[in-house]
Design a protein around this ligand. Structure first.
Ligand code: SF4
Length: 384
């Protein structure tokens, strides 16, 4: 049986309550000394997707990390690293600073490591679905104890992000782009097989529903979940979010590979029962167009470009330009073509549509960056 612990705290838990929730979640799995031997090097992998939107329910709560660093040293750790590579368009060190993770880590005696400037090691994927080898952070790979510390969030491409998906932060940015191009779900399963974890501790004190992983609504769950087995943890986590694990593509793939049973028949939940803590999370909208007057012609687009479109509209909303956007057509995805009824110049997006660059306002990049996209939209809508 794989054990998953669930600990619930009170509303708006204080730093001391967060620490005791983290401690209790690990105690329910046997205690920190079951994971760490004296002198071990411990690597913690938080979720710091972007600094710009850091905060509750978006990035790992620094208090959760502080608790884990203290616990690691109490367990006898010789060194503790906090290892992260943020999303594209967001320099990792800046994100670590803005999120408060760098200060929190250093205050507790851990060192932060930016995956994008760390040495890389190519690891072989056993029984691969799509990738034979994956370059990963050397610091993370070579640490004696690997602890994953994700946030509980919905995800506009994968439905949810918990333990398995959070591992994408141990690969460098170009590899992240490749994951999105070749098939994110399969690549996530391959990465998790290539780099087994010792422990996953989910920060679900504040979680995200709706348009996750960055632009959704924050919900207070006051929960910490933990497990040695990241697959079981994700199955139980999906139920806590009110989803059926069968709906989550990477969990289905993991189950087809014999890594987990989606009916939970080999999972023991300790602490709070799922039924007592579950909440039905709002699912992320799958439609990319945010309002009337915006038309998205999409075929086969990677999650990278889909995510860019969402974050561009988010940025336009923030700067008060959304109300001025009308008659905008965006063409995206390698199989997308020009519609016959086009009466205005479209925005053509991404390297895979370079063959259409003369057919509209073309923005290069794989994916293109937000600033260039916004510049093109401003031009097309007469707001430059
Ligand atoms: S430009 Fe094309 S290939 Fe590159 S991320 Fe976007 S959709 Fe994928």
């Amino acid at each position: 049986m794989h054990r998953v612990s669930i600990v619930r705290g009170g509303r708006a838990p204080s730093p001391a309550s967060v620490e005791s929730m983290v401690r209790d979640s690990i105690e329910l799995l046997g205690g920190i000394k079951d994971f760490i031997k004296p002198g071990d090097t411990v690597a913690l992998k938080p979720n710091v997707v972007t600094g710009r939107l850091s905060g509750r329910g978006v990035t790992t709560d620094p208090e959760v990390l502080k608790a884990l660093i203290r616990l690691s040293y109490e367990g006898g750790a010789g060194k503790v690293f906090v290892v992260e590579g943020s999303g594209y368009g967001s320099p990792t060190m800046e994100a670590l600073e803005l999120s408060g993770v760098k200060d929190a880590a250093e205050a507790c005696g851990a060192r932060v490591v930016d995956v994008d400037s760390d040495d890389l090691v190519e690891v072989k994927v056993p029984n691969p679905l799509i990738l034979d080898k994956i370059p990963v952070s050397k610091t993370f790979l070579e640490s004696d104890v690997k602890i994953n510390v994700p946030v509980m969030k919905t995800h506009d491409q994968m439905l949810m992000t918990l333990g398995m998906k959070n591992m994408k932060g141990i690969i460098p940015k170009p590899q992240k782009r490749l994951f999105h191009r070749i098939g994110l779900a399969k690549a996530i399963v391959d990465l998790n097989k290539a780099v087994p974890l010792d422990l996953t501790v989910v920060d679900a004190i504040y979680a995200m529903e709706g348009l996750g992983p960055s632009f959704g609504d924050i919900v207070e769950m006051s929960l910490i979940l933990a497990s040695r087995d990241v697959y079981s943890l994700d199955v139980i986590g999906s139920k806590v979010m009110g989803f059926d694990p069968e709906e989550v593509e990477y969990l289905k793939l993991a189950s087809e590979q014999g890594l987990v049973k989606l009916d939970g028949s080999d999972i023991e939940v300790v602490g709070e029962p799922v039924e007592r803590v579950a909440r039905v999370f709002k699912k992320p909208p799958m439609d990319l167009a945010p309002q009337e007057g915006v038309r998205i012609i999409e075929k086969g687009a990677c999650s990278a470009c889909r995510g860019t479109i969402r974050s561009v509209f988010y940025d336009l909303e923030q700067i008060g330009l959304m109300k001025d956007i009308r008659d905008l057509t965006i063409i995206v995805g390698p199989q997308a073509g020009l519609p016959k009824d086009l009466d205005k110049t479209p925005l053509i997006m991404g390297t895979c549509l370079k063959h259409l660059e003369n057919k509209g306002c073309y923005v290069i990049g794989c994916p293109p960056n937000n600033d260039q996209m916004i510049k093109a939209i401003r031009e097309l809508c007469g707001k430059s």
